[in-house]
Design a protein around this ligand. Structure first.
Ligand SMILES: *Cc1c(COP(=O)(O)O)cnc(C)c1O
Length: 233
């Protein structure tokens, strides 16, 4: 069995235990395979395991891989669902709207407006998530939780984006209590916003290799996993 396949099976086993502990069905959680920095042949192995949610963080790298991966999947009667998980610059929005099914990383009103304008131009409703900097680390992008409600209110007029949920990146720490409180807070924010009725937010994109079980326990619906599948980059 290939290393990638073994790793994916191990991830799925961890995921099953985590959803079991949380009393959630496995179908509640989608595994996004993070392929940034990874070559095509290893990504083909992940596709061979039946995984179709692919997460990339750079437009240029996506452009290089896009056709090859789509064709590989199409030959197996599958379709890749493309996730943009990295910071997106406004001047790359045109490509992002072309490539991605879901953009996880909307971190400014200006970016939301640019995505909306491009989606309108090409006749698409672009699904997006709003990135929240729950931990407040200066190195991270994302809206501060304090301004989130107001910013979302502004975005209400953008008819060509569909805001499906929230995304966060927890601090890189071995202390899973810190990660848990970050994920818990994101879930509370999602629930508050939904209760206020502007948006029916369903998606929570949270959890990576070292903290995805905790994220699942706190309600994650998308987990973004790279290292546990492909090894250290
Ligand atoms: C790289 C990356 C991941 C994957 O992290 P791993 O620790 O390799 O699983 C998840 N989310 C984002 C936003 C990333 O940039």
């Amino acid at each position: 069995m290939s290393e990638v396949r073994k790793n994916i099976e191990a991830c799925l086993a961890r995921l099953r235990i985590a959803v079991g502990r949380a009393g959630r069905p496995l179908e509640d959680v989608t595994l996004v395979v993070v392929t940034k920095g990874i070559g095509l042949s290893l990504i083909y192995e992940a596709l061979d395991c039946g995984l179709v949610h692919i997460g990339e963080s750079r437009i240029q790298e996506t452009a290089i891989k896009y056709n090859a991966l789509n064709q590989y999947a199409a030959r197996r009667e599958r379709r890749i669902i493309w996730h943009m998980i990295g910071h997106l610059q406004v001047n790359k929005v045109k490509d992002a709207v072309y490539f991605f099914n879901l953009i996880h990383s909307v971190d400014s009103f200006r970016l939301a407006r640019a995505i909306n304008a491009e989606a309108q131009r090409v006749g698409k409703i672009q699904e997006v998530l709003i990135q929240v900097n729950v931990s407040g680390e200066p190195s991270k992008s994302g809206f501060s939780p304090d301004v989130l409600m107001g910013e979302l209110e502004q975005m209400k007029g953008l008819a060509h984006i569909k805001i499906a949920g929230l995304m966060t990146i927890a601090p890189l720490t071995a202390d899973l209590l810190v990660s848990r409180s970050c994920f818990h807070r994101l879930r509370e924010l999602r629930d508050d916003i939904s209760r206020h009725g502007f948006y029916a937010l369903t998606v929570l994109s949270m959890g990576m290799t070292h903290d995805f079980e905790v994220a699942v326990e706190e309600g994650a619906s998308l987990v973004r996993i790279g290292t546990a599948i492909f090894g250290e980059r």
